[in-house]
Design a protein around this ligand. Structure first.
Ligand code: HEC
Ligand code: HEC
Ligand code: HEC
Ligand code: HEC
Ligand code: HEC
Length: 369
């Protein structure tokens, strides 16, 4: 067959296809016409005409369906300005999972409502202010999973968890137990419960479920924020690094890393720290007395948080709280260090209101012991 006629056939087929599908579309259109039609210079005959405004009550009901009470002022203003104009905001949207406002359900607040999961994703507990005031129980009413989940006994590739030890699991004498999850190791392990008092909001400072990007939309926190980093809900620099940085041998005047120096120092940090930087760990997220006691018995307790479980190549720039007998002269490296621990963790910052308590953490940590 000559080449030309093939392309002619294709053209005819294409033409037929196009006209057919156009016909299909126009028949749908005639059933559900666009409100304002397709000709910009005239309103179609079938377009609805508003003769009187809807009663206030009816409008409110539509507009505020599924909106958490008290209705925000900004939304009320929007509703006032909307008047009789069309808005998708007052019409039922998608169903099931996407039905955030419970349009398609008789009781939008019911726990089993399809849209509840998505609504909870946008729960106000995830906003910064609310999260900062949260106790562990507040988060755990929805997030029990983090206390219950266990790592796989075996990876899909067949590696047994018990065979996959990280370096500190065999080098630190204070490491115990089988492989556990991250949250377990910080909230529930015996060591964690003795030495620390971490609250959810020590690490979690709020996140934006829309997009974990610092500056992608008008309400984003902005690039200068230190609350979280791209695609992460927790900022490692301000949290993890405190207990997983390198041992700062150089500024301690030690000629080598701790694992080389330990023996010469009698395997004891106290040889120096009995008198140096003695004002330490006065923060609500650590159990100071237990740390001092156990650190005296075993330097691995101290080293564990100051180099022994290092995930980073740098150390945390600790605040330098003045201590008794502190030399007048400030060393060069310490000139820009804060001289007090972060205000929100000072014991004096904990007031009677809904602030984390040792008891609340104990409870959280105790859930799955
Ligand atoms: C009303 C239930 C509810 C409460 C209360 C709640 N959350 Fe959530 N949270 C959710 C849901 C639902 C998601 C979405 C889970 C998902 O995407 O799989 C979520 C997601 C998260 C995520 C993951 C975010 C991400 O994008 O990866 C974190 C972190 C989180 N919540 C922390 C907290 C903390 C901390 C608190 C306490 C201040 C808290 N939540 C309180 C329901 C809740
Ligand atoms: C020591 C810091 C730390 C503490 C304390 C902590 N978290 Fe997390 N959490 C993390 C990190 C880091 C992630 C992973 C974040 C990411 O991927 O961006 C995470 C992830 C999560 C997620 C997402 C689901 C998952 O398992 O990855 C939820 C939900 C969550 N945390 C809830 C909580 C709650 C509730 C508490 C308090 C009971 C809590 N966390 C305490 C650091 C912490
Ligand atoms: C206040 C101190 C502290 C902070 C902050 C902290 N950790 Fe830890 N981390 C510990 C201690 C203590 C352990 C050992 C717990 C144990 O052995 O039971 C540990 C253990 C771990 C482990 C080992 C888990 C295992 O089973 O071997 C990982 C991974 C880890 N931390 C990562 C992180 C990350 C990531 C962050 C920041 C989101 C973080 N840590 C913040 C003190 C801390
Ligand atoms: C030879 C004495 C000596 C020994 C041993 C020693 N340190 Fe230090 N350490 C110092 C000195 C000196 C400083 C800095 C004092 C200052 O701020 O002027 C210091 C500072 C620190 C700091 C604060 C670092 C910072 O960036 O602000 C930590 C944390 C610390 N030591 C932990 C330990 C731990 C844990 C051990 C044991 C594993 C240990 N040190 C053993 C002398 C020592
Ligand atoms: C559970 C983890 C953990 C353990 C165990 C631990 N530290 Fe710390 N250490 C920290 C953290 C976190 C800070 C910063 C506290 C703050 O917010 O001011 C700190 C701060 C310090 C500082 C700086 C104090 C200042 O404010 O100038 C010194 C020195 C120090 N630790 C020494 C030690 C010694 C010695 C031991 C053992 C007796 C020890 N640490 C055990 C986590 C730990």
């Amino acid at each position: 067959m000559p080449k030309q006629s093939i392309s002619l056939r294709i053209a005819i087929n294409l033409f037929l296809g196009l006209t057919l599908s156009a016909a299909a579309i126009s028949s749908t259109w005639s059933k559900e016409p666009f409100v304002a039609g397709t000709q910009p210079d005239r309103r179609p005959q079938y377009a609805p005409v508003q003769t009187a405004p809807l009663p206030e009550q009816a409008r409110n009901k539509e507009f505020f369906t599924g909106v958490t009470k008290p209705v925000p002022e900004s939304l009320k203003a929007l509703q006032r300005d909307q008047r009789g104009w069309y808005t998708p905001f007052s019409r039922p949207g998608m169903t099931s999972y996407y039905d955030i406002r419970g349009w398609h359900s008789k009781n939008p607040d019911a726990a089993d409502t399809a849209g509840k999961y998505l609504r909870d994703t946008y729960s106000e507990w995830h906003t910064r202010d609310k999260m900062l005031s949260a106790r562990n129980e507040d988060c755990l009413q929805c997030h029990q999973e983090i206390m219950i989940e266990k790592p796989r006994a075996q990876s899909p590739g067949g590696v047994k968890a018990s065979d996959a030890l990280a370096w500190y699991q065999s080098t630190l004498s204070v490491y115990e137990g089988k492989q556990e999850t991250f949250h377990y190791r910080h909230l529930q392990s015996p060591l964690a419960k003795r030495l620390m008092n971490l609250q959810c909001n020590f690490c979690h400072l709020g996140h934006d479920p829309r997009d974990e990007n610092l500056s992608s939309h008008a309400n984003a926190v902005g690039l200068e924020s230190k609350d979280f980093t791209l695609r992460k809900t927790v900022n490692p620099e301000t949290t993890c690094l405190r207990c997983h940085g390198q041992f700062a041998a150089e500024l301690m005047g030690l000629p080598g890393p701790w694992y080389e120096m330990a023996a010469a120092m009698g395997n004891n940090c106290m040889i120096c720290h009995e008198t140096i930087r003695t004002t330490r760990h006065n923060v609500t997220y650590l159990n100071k007395d237990a740390i001092e006691k156990e650190g005296r018995e075993n330097a691995d307790t101290c080293y564990g948080c100051h180099g022994g479980r290092a995930w980073y190549r740098i150390s945390y720039p600790y605040p330098r709280n003045p201590w008794e007998g502190m030399p007048e002269e400030i060393p060069e490296w310490a000139k820009d260090r804060p001289t007090q621990s972060q205000a929100r963790f000072l014991p004096s910052a904990v007031s009677a209101q809904a602030k984390p308590t040792a008891a609340s953490n104990q409870k959280a940590g105790g859930q799955k012991q």
